[in-house]
Design a protein around this ligand. Structure first.
Ligand code: PLP
Length: 485
């Protein structure tokens, strides 16, 4: 059998710290007291939190062991389609921890916060340059909140024009957050079916777009990893009916420096800084979903915006048409610092090259696996490619079985059963940060799993076999996590 990174290491059990503690253990050594003892008013101290008493080694082992139960991009390849789990250079972590930035207080006067405000201002400019858009808000704390922010802006735009529009078109390949964001603004989502080759056809948009429709939300490249080639025709149709176009820019990693989003006719787009611009994600930590808009929509952006004046950088708070705040203070600032550091350390040429390599890697995986797995759409892909399990179904092996077996070989599984338009979908996004050798190993392992499907499907149904836990009820695991080892 082909060897991947493997997971045969020792995985130790670990009780809760509360189960490990013993009264009297300590993890610190204090110097001998050299001042007189004073008594403390017990009523002020109370009982204190119920923390266990632990030695230093108890604590070190506990957290080290827990860290080994986890899988992250620093552990191995994480080809989770639609999520861009690429390696984030550690220098950007270091920059986010720069003391002057990390301890900047959001309530300080602007004149005492010029450094961090400059960083905000310049990041707004850089993101405008990357997308081709005119104005940017850094406030939203995730892609989904960026979508919501833009939908609130669309609603404000039509309110100002005294137009009542109640529906929005959403392709069947869209991320689930799109209809959710639209619904929060009271827009009914109208699904549009993609064409035979996996992309939108202008005629379908033409049929549904009317004067009661806000517009359309388009992801480009879409969640099948395909470029919406007719994007300009589609945005023209929407604009002719007075509508607006929202671009879901979560897949920006495929097109940086190659596609001018404004020239495609997009009115607002969000970026996921935690996907494309160097913030580790997937563990529920802070993210950032800046919204980039055209000049026409700029008056509706959330406030405050950071502006540059002769007196330095200031906060603009009284925009009459603004939808108001969508986040306390300035958004998730540490994520913004990482993005700023990443963009500056890469420079425009390397950002473009990163996208080119992301697409090259996606195309390489597609080309090398398409004789093994059924391709959902046999046409050029961008940064990710979508297969299905239809060939392996003949041996009663499913996408889930193969994804679970990848775990035995030391890989995080790809995205599975999404997008919903492909039954048994397997969506692989290798990203630009994997080198050819590592891609080759992954491909060989995946091919070996397909061979195993033909020879020994029973064994595949057992996978994963060498992990700490086997097949969980994933809904229960997410809703009622069991935190003890
Ligand atoms: C990840 C993603 C989103 C949502 O972004 P979050 O930051 O997770 O809220 C929206 N659309 C697409 C296509 C995505 O991949």
């Amino acid at each position: 059998m082909t060897h991947g990174p493997g997971t045969n290491g020792l995985i130790l059990d670990e009780p809760l710290l509360w189960e490990k503690g013993k009264p009297g253990r300590v993890a610190y050594s204090m110097p001998t007291r050299d001042v007189p003892e004073e008594s403390v008013d017990d009523t002020l101290v109370g009982d204190g939190p119920d923390f266990p008493d632990l030695g230093e080694l108890d604590v070190i082992r506990h957290y080290t062991r827990l860290s080994q139960w986890n899988f992250g991009i620093d552990t191995g390849m994480y080809p989770l389609g639609s999520c861009t789990m690429k390696y984030n250079p550690k220098i950007n972590e270091k920059m986010a921890a720069t003391p002057g930035l990390a301890s900047a207080h959001p309530l300080l006067e602007a004149e005492l916060s010029q450094g961090i405000l400059k960083l905000h201002y310049e990041l707004q400019e850089y993101l405008a340059a990357v997308t081709g858009m005119d104005a940017v808000s850094l406030q939203p704390s995730a892609g989904a909140q960026g979508e919501l922010t833009a939908m609130l802006m669309f609603a404000a735009y039509f309110r100002k024009k005294n137009e009542k529009r109640t529906k929005i078109l959403i392709p069947d390949t869209a991320h689930g957050t799109n209809p959710a964001s639209a619904a929060l603004c009271g827009f009914a989502s109208i699904p549009i079916t993609s064409g035979k080759n996996g992309i939108l056809e202008p005629v379908s948009v033409e049929e549904l777009m009317d004067e009661e429709t806000v517009g359309i939300m388009v992801t480009n490249p879409n969640t099948l990893g395909l470029f919406e080639e007719q994007i300009k025709e589609i945005t023209d149709i929407v604009h002719r009916k007075g509508g607006l176009v929202y671009g879901d820019g979560a897949n920006m990693n495929a097109i940086m420096g190659m596609v001018d989003i404004k020239r495609c006719g997009i009115d607002a787009v969000h970026l996921n800084l935690h996907k494309t611009f160097s913030t580790p994600h997937g563990g529920g930590g802070p993210g950032s979903g800046p919204v980039c808009v055209t000049e026409e929509l700029a008056p509706f952006l959330p406030v405050p915006l950071v502006i540059k004046t002769d007196q330095g950088y200031l906060l603009e708070t009284d925009e009459a048409d603004s939808i108001g705040r969508v986040h306390g203070f300035f958004g998730n600032v540490s994520v913004l610092i990482r993005a700023y550091s990443y963009i500056l350390s890469m420079g425009p040429d390397n950002l473009k090259k990163a996208s080119q390599l992301a697409v090259l890697n996606g195309a390489y995986v597609k080309a090398r696996l398409m004789d093994t797995f059924e391709l959902a759409f046999d046409r050029p892909c961008m940064h990710e490619c979508v297969f299905s399990d239809s060939r392996q179904q003949a041996f009663k092996v499913t996408t889930l079985d193969m994804a679970k077996r990848l775990i035995d070989h030391g890989y995080h599984p790809p995205t599975i059963y999404f997008p919903l338009v492909v039954p048994g979908a397997i969506m692989v996004e290798p990203t630009e940060t994997e080198c050819k050798d590592d891609l080759d190993t992954f491909i060989e392992v995946f091919k070996a799993i397909a061979a195993e499907a033909e020879q020994d499907s029973e064994r595949l149904h057992q996978a994963p076999v060498i992990t700490k836990v086997r097949r969980l009820d994933e809904t229960q695991a997410a809703r009622k996590p069991c935190l003890t080892g």
